[in-house]
Design a protein around this ligand. Structure first.
Ligand code: OAD
Length: 269
């Protein structure tokens, strides 16, 4: 059983139209208001309300027949580089047209309320930064960057000679997005920072992630083991829900602004 308090799970359907406010447990607010160091881990669910599809939602349209696991691997790229490049190109364009939503904005506001605040994201869309979050720890890379698949160097410009994927101007190797694929090593400095932020916080949020992809999913357990109060925000239960001190069932873009409002009111009271 994590922490001293035992398990508190707040489960409920959360309807934006009919139920615009949710009760944030007083115990959660007390603990959060007293926190000196807050760490947040986000996943694809945080960008869902910006129109960026999550990974484990069914894919739609052109890409319905492929699972992301089939596209986000070095083997998939070796087998069919054009397919993988085009899938990421589609996602890149989607992200370029998307805007940060209320969840991104609430997290950008939250960073100013605590002595120490770390935002770790599995998302590669850059929407946290566009919402003005600072020092975002991106553990799965960033889709807006491109690198050479041979040399690993970041490539910011190349000649459009009609190749798909385009070729590295320096060595002629195929270009690929600068994201972490399944079976690839995690970026070392980012993982170190993420682990430190998770083990040294007194409050940890897991928001919009299915908690099935490791090592990101291990950060929750590290935070629990280190004594942090852990809160999950997700409309659906996950394998981690039963271990969280508090589980707020709802969309991040609804729950986070409510939480910020309640926290400010609590501090002012
Ligand atoms: P998933 O697609 O696995 O999970 C998204 C989670 O977001 C689910 O648990 C949904 O219930 C939840 N969700 C959906 N809408 C939400 C909303 N409005 N507010 C809050 N939560 C919502 O995405 P991740 O957990 O991020 O890795 O996936 C982890 C990694 O697997 C990704 O970074 C990616 C993927 O394959 C790589 O590409 C390496």
């Amino acid at each position: 059983m994590p922490g001293e308090m035992g398990l508190i799970v707040v489960v409920g359907s959360f309807k934006r139209r009919n139920n615009p406010s949710m009760t944030i447990p007083a115990e959660l607010l007390q603990r959060l208001a007293a926190a000196k160091s807050v760490t947040v881990l986000t996943g694809a669910g945080v960008s869902a309300e910006s129109g960026v599809p999550t990974f484990r939602d069914a894919q739609t349209g052109l890409w319905a027949e492929f699972s992301p696991e089939e596209l986000a691997t070095p083997r998939a790229f070796q087998r069919n580089p054009r397919l993988v490049w085009e899938w990421y190109d589609w996602r890149r364009k989607l992200v370029a047209g998307a805007k940060p939503n209320a969840a991104h904005l609430a997290l950008a506001e939250m960073q100013n309320l605590f002595l120490r605040f770390h935002l770790i994201t599995q998302n590669v869309d850059g929407l946290h930064q566009r919402a003005r979050s600072r020092n975002v720890i991106e553990i799965h890379g960033n889709i807006t960057r491109t690198k050479c698949s041979e040399e690993g160097t970041i490539v910011s410009a190349w000649k459009d000679a009609g190749d798909v994927p385009p070729k590295c101007p320096a060595c002629g190797g195929l270009l690929r997005p600068d994201v972490v694929w399944f079976e690839e090593p995690m970026p070392e400095p980012e993982m170190r920072q993420a682990m430190t932020a998770s083990t040294r916080c007194d409050f940890f949020f897991s928001i919009g992630t299915s908690t099935v992809v490791y090592p990101a999913a291990a950060l929750h357990s590290e935070a629990l083991r280190s004594g942090a109060t852990v809160v999950e925000i997700n409309p659906q239960p996950t394998p981690f829900t039963g271990q969280a001190h508090f589980a707020l069932a709802g969309a991040a873009g609804v729950v986070l602004p409510e939480l910020m409002k309640a926290l400010k009111a609590f501090r002012a009271s």
